[in-house]
Design a protein around this ligand. Structure first.
Ligand code: TRH
Length: 364
């Protein structure tokens, strides 16, 4: 008989600034801690509407509810009078409510993690785990997800690869794709498209149209459709915005995934298929440093490194066609699969957070 470790009670906070990554990451983390680590999670989210898009069944009329064994609360101001839980995680280092912090400062044993943005840059290893003592005695710890052992790791469910293998074994279920309204001719490469509005989709489609190969693009509702002149070999359609679980299935079912931001990027890595990541555009070329770091780590086949920079900025001149031919494609598939396997070997983010909170290391 295996004994569960003692229950960890935690408050997770999420402000939906823009886009969906904030709540996407925090929901995934909440689910993993609850399902696999014996945590009891209270998730405070200021816009549950964003969560409802990826988690069907959430009732937006309620101020709080149980969903997948997680207590989901609408985070309103002024903040509810609640006794804080002994573990607190601020998603993307969002500010916590003043009244909550006052109550937190009166508790004797508190672990407060500021969960930061994901980046492959080297400095992340140096800053991960550092804390910043405050005048009220609280010591938030900066917890950086990342790709190296000295970071917080990546979100990866322990059973993800097994589920994915079962799925792929069924040759990426045509019935399931048909239930989304997707029916394609044989030998067509399916492409999932989730990019920022300025992604140069037309440029990519123009390159695809020069290859002897059929492509079919799947665009979730809300995604800008490419301005396509009729092409014989490149078609596209809109599909519903999917639940997070179905979005994973979509990534496993497609031959090429266009992803962005943070969470879909990581999911595309686990999907083991070729993908093109669009970094979130930041001022002062910050996103270019992130792309450089990612390309150095991932050892992407040429000409992807250059293309990713252009792709993020919304124009492509790089010729991707060498990777779209049969031989180049094989190379790209192999590189994607190897990368996924390599990164899967690391301890995942939820496990590292769990370990940190159960056995807090000496604070740096
Ligand atoms: O929405 P994003 O652009 O979010 C980004 C990142 O979080 C980035 O780090 C942050 O700085 C910026 O916002 C403000 O992309 P991301 O991170 O991929 O999040 C999208 C979420 O939506 C992810 O959890 C997957 C989910 N999703 C579905 O559940 N179903 C779908 O059909 C699609 C297309 C996405």
């Amino acid at each position: 008989m295996s004994l569960s470790p003692p229950r960890v009670k935690a408050d997770l906070f999420c402000r939906v600034i823009d886009n969906l990554g904030d709540v996407g990451v925090m929901w995934r983390l909440a689910r993993q801690l609850t399902a696999h680590k014996n945590w009891q999670v209270r998730l405070w989210v200021d816009k549950p509407e964003a969560l409802a898009a990826m988690q069907p069944g959430l009732d937006l009329r309620l101020t709080h509810q149980q969903c997948r064994a997680i207590e989901v609360h609408r985070w309103t101001e002024p903040f509810a009078q609640v006794e804080p839980n002994p573990v607190v995680i601020a998603g993307f280092s969002c500010d916590l409510p003043d009244s909550y912090l006052t109550a937190l400062a009166q508790m004797t044993q508190v672990i407060w993690l500021q969960l930061e943005y994901l980046s492959a840059e080297h400095w992340v290893s140096d800053f991960h785990g550092r804390s910043a003592p405050r005048t009220d005695g609280l010591r938030p710890v900066f917890f950086f997800p990342g790709f190296a052992e000295q970071t917080g790791g990546l979100l990866l469910e322990p059973d993800l690869h097994a589920r994915q293998a079962t799925w792929s074994h069924r040759a990426t279920d045509p019935d399931w794709l048909a239930s989304l309204g997707v029916v394609t001719a044989p030998e067509t490469r399916l492409v999932s498209v989730f990019t920022y509005a300025h992604a140069p989709l037309e440029g990519l489609v123009a390159q695809m149209s020069r290859v002897e190969q059929r492509f079919h693009l799947l665009l979730p509702k809300g995604q800008r459709a490419p301005d396509l002149s009729p092409r014989s070999n490149v078609t596209w359609q809109t599909i519903d915005f999917l639940s997070q679980d179905d979005y994973d299935r979509l990534l496993w079912s497609c031959d090429l995934n266009l992803v962005r931001g943070e969470d879909s990027w990581v999911r595309a890595i686990w999907a083991t298929r070729p993908f093109i990541w669009q970094a979130y555009h930041q001022g002062q070329d910050t996103h270019h440093c992130k792309i450089d770091a990612w390309c150095a780590l991932a050892q992407l086949p040429e000409p992807l490194p250059h293309l990713l920079h252009e792709w993020a900025d919304g124009q492509i001149t790089t010729d991707l066609s060498p990777l779209l031919t049969a031989q180049g494609w094989q190379q790209w598939c192999q590189a994607s699969s190897q990368l996924s396997q390599k990164l899967s070997k690391q301890t995942d983010l939820a496990s590292r957070i769990d370990l940190w909170c159960r056995k807090p290391p000496h604070l740096k």
